[in-house]
Design a protein around this ligand. Structure first.
Ligand code: B12
Length: 273
């Protein structure tokens, strides 16, 4: 690694942290391997590396064990908007100061939806693969990327960029799942984990996002089959309809996050909850 590279990395890392990221790592695209993901050059033809940013939630996110409403504002909405703002400003700085070109890899939505992917969405860059390959995390049995500092309880964002930055080395000798007693896979309420350690999206979503578009379709079909206008009105005036509406207005609500919430990997956030 050249001196220039160290200075460049430290400059970007420090700025990322100053802007609110808890962890920052670097992955050269030569070291990025995620066979099911698209080619990152499809999004930024000049891309050479990824800066990975991790943001941890406010402590309130996991304070009440059974109440997933508390997670949404303290994690999903707050971290996503803070993360987007931080990544945007870091990208601007890299473009101004280092003459880079940047592309923001969003935390989850919107996905590129086409005939192939609409049943099993795929991100532009697999942020878990990037986090593991850049030494920010290791794979967990729950298929999440476990950081030493926060376990799986972080949200990742990325900046694909045109700087030829060297990768941070992967973590060695840290394997929290090897001694863990919590059986995250067989306790999954959606039975979403396969033998080979993959997650079946439709099973996860059925339990974790019961107000999503698929379930809204079911709601509409049910309503269309009601014999009277009064019964249809009853359905429209129900909390169920309002939950769907809110979800579709982009207020995603995960009703289950057990694989994240109960993972003992670094319990600093949820300890004592
Ligand atoms: C699409 C998506 C989903 C889909 C599909 C998940 C899936 N099977 O990939 C659904 C809706 C089901 C989903 C659910 C959740 N998601 Co999600 N999701 C994404 C998203 C947008 C894209 C993922 C993607 O491209 N997958 C397709 C390809 C890349 O996956 P793959 O090649 O098949 O790899 C899979 C396996 O092969 C396996 N794998 C690959 N190599 C290895 C190696 C080892 C050793 C092991 C054990 C496993 C393993 O892991 C992958 C997951 O199945 C990412 C954000 C992003 N851009 O990365 C967030 C992301 C992965 N989700 C996240 C979270 C938090 C969740 C939920 C906890 C949400 C909740 N309910 O609260 C659940 C967790 C379910 C779970 N245990 O996986 C976080 C994970 C954070 C972390 N610490 O790892 C991410 C990174 C979002 C973010 N920005 O932080 N998600």
């Amino acid at each position: 690694m050249t001196y220039e590279d160290v200075t460049l990395k430290e400059g970007i890392r420090n700025k990322g942290k100053e802007l609110g990221a808890d962890l920052v790592s670097f992955l050269n695209l030569k070291d990025y391997k995620s066979p099911r993901s698209p080619d990152p050059l499809r999004y930024l033809p000049s891309a050479k590396s990824i800066v990975i940013l991790a943001f941890s939630p406010l402590a309130g996110a996991y304070r009440y064990r059974e109440n997933t409403w508390s997670k949404m504002p303290s994690f999903l909405y707050a971290v996503e908007s803070a993360g987007n703002t931080a990544a945007y400003h870091l990208g601007k700085l890299m473009e101004r100061q280092y003459k880079a070109e940047c592309f923001l890899v969003q935390a989850h939505r919107p996905f590129e939806i086409n005939e192939e992917t609409f049943r099993s969405p795929i991100g532009s860059v697999s942020l878990r693969h990037a986090a593991v390959q850049s030494g920010m995390a290791v794979w967990g049995k729950n298929t999440l990327a476990l950081t030493r500092e926060y376990g799986p309880r972080v949200m990742f964002l990325g900046l694909l960029n045109s700087l030829d930055i060297t990768s941070d080395p992967p973590i060695k000798g840290y394997d929290p799942c090897s001694t863990c007693q919590y059986d995250c896979r067989s306790t999954c309420p959606g039975k979403a984990f396969t033998e080979e350690g993959r997650v079946l999206s439709h099973r996860c979503v059925k339990v974790s996002q019961p107000n999503d578009v698929g379930n809204f379709m079911r709601f509409l079909m049910e309503m269309a089959q009601k014999p009277s206008m009064n019964e249809r009105l009853e359905m429209i005036k129900s909390p169920r309809f309002f939950r769907h509406l809110q979800y579709l207005q982009f207020f995603i609500h995960y009703h289950c996050d057990n694989c994240t919430r109960y993972c003992p990997g670094s319990l600093s956030v949820s300890e004592g909850a």
